[in-house]
Write a protein of this length. Structure first.
Length: 76
């Protein structure tokens, strides 16, 4: 949702509720997006090293050299 500055001033409480509910709210000036309204607690959690341990295995073939035609496709 994109709203202009005047509409954002008029409907700020409603826009805050929408942003907290997960909706993306962008405020624009002269039809140019300027800011995004997001909840404060919406930062991504830090990744924990090893959190996927034991959930999958890497087969031994993963470490085999790539075939020459695939290396050529990658420019190697």
């Amino acid at each position: 949702m994109i709203v202009n500055v005047h509409a954002a001033k008029t409907n700020l409480s409603r826009l805050i509720e929408q942003a907290c509910a997960g909706e993306e709210v962008v405020i624009a000036r002269n039809s140019e997006p300027m800011v995004k309204l997001v909840p404060v607690g919406s930062t991504q959690p830090k990744r924990v090293f090893g959190s996927m341990k034991g959930q999958f295995t890497v087969p031994d073939e993963f470490f085999d050299p790539l075939p020459s035609d695939e290396l050529d496709a990658w420019g190697q």
